[in-house]
Ligand binder design. Structure first.
Ligand code: PDD
Length: 286
């Protein structure tokens, strides 16, 4: 089946869909993105991702290209045309196309790109049953990681480092040795004392929509939470380590830089949170 992409008002075969060479996303990474998971053709955490999109656009003074409702129509239509039941839908908004000049161009319309792809969810489920490997490396990103920009080169290098070491994710750490987040995920541990820890979002990290949903579930489950950064050393001594994102849901890491976490199997808290997050995300997808 041929795949379809939406680019600036037109649906076309994905392999023919193009953006202009002067698009500022291409020239300067001057754009933002969002990723929704799709269950049964419906979008999970629709409002959370839409709100963060608006925040990212506002922070960069990129014009909001269309209303949330209109964007929702485009996202769902792209999902439908690609016959995606379970998968992801990806949205990218750039400042638009203009002759290359660092400063913002005047009167330029933002570029909007939407693609969707199927994902075999059972694959992630199988990985989650056994747990995945993690590695660590210094965080070399800029100071505004709260904005979900397409400027992802340090994240790309971190993920590649993970792949080259046979791992699923790379956790990045700051100059104090404290974990910031994963290359495309937020990071969590259940520490030696059994407390659930994740770095607070006042720091230079992305405010994960999955992270926010999990925090609400944690409260309802009565798990003791300490929203505070943890070091790589603490993670290696933790009972559990896991990461969260729209594309991974909750993924347990059972080793870090080759050091076994806990008994080397996914722990009860990560396993439970994955189960209830998925159940809720499916139920509330719209
Ligand atoms: N990544 N931190 C970073 C650096 C991320 O890129 C992501 C998401 C997250 C988790 O955010 P959320 O729960 O809202 O998906 C945290 C997406 C999935 C990606 O880049 O493909």
């Amino acid at each position: 089946m041929s795949r379809v992409a939406y680019v600036n008002g037109t649906y076309s075969p994905r392999d023919e869909a193009v953006v202009h060479i002067e698009d500022r996303g291409f020239q300067f990474a001057d754009g933002v993105y969002e990723v929704w998971s799709v269950f049964d053709g419906r979008l999970a955490d629709f409002d959370g991702h839409m709100q963060r999109l608006h925040r990212s656009l506002n922070e960069l003074k990129i014009e909001i290209p269309m209303t949330a409702a209109a964007l929702g129509v485009v996202l769902r239509e792209t999902v439908r045309r690609n016959r995606v039941r379970d998968g992801i839908v990806y949205l990218q908004v750039t400042r638009g196309t203009a002759p290359r000049d660092h400063a913002f161009p005047a009167d330029v319309a933002p570029s909007v790109i939407v693609t969707a792809k199927r994902i075999d969810l059972s694959k992630g489920d199988r990985t989650a049953v056994n747990g995945a490997a993690g590695v660590t490396q210094p965080d070399i990103r800029w100071g505004r990681c709260d904005i979900k920009t397409v400027g992802l080169l340090p994240n790309v290098l971190a993920k590649q480092a993970a792949r080259e070491r046979g791992a699923y994710e790379c956790l990045m750490y700051d100059e104090m040795g404290l974990v910031t987040e994963g290359s495309s995920t937020n990071a969590w541990i259940v520490d030696e004392n059994g407390k659930l820890r994740t770095r607070d979002t006042q720091a230079n990290i992305l405010r994960g929509v999955t992270r926010a949903a999990i925090l609400k579930l944690v409260e309802a489950e009565g798990v003791e939470l300490d929203e505070r950064a943890f070091s790589v050393e603490e993670a290696k001594k933790a009972r559990e380590v896991f990461v969260t994102a729209a594309s991974s849901f909750v993924m347990p890491l059972v080793s870090l830089d080759g050091v076994k976490i806990g008994d080397g199997k996914p722990g009860p808290i990560a396993t439970r949170l994955r189960e209830i997050y998925l159940e809720q995300a499916r139920r509330e997808a719209i």
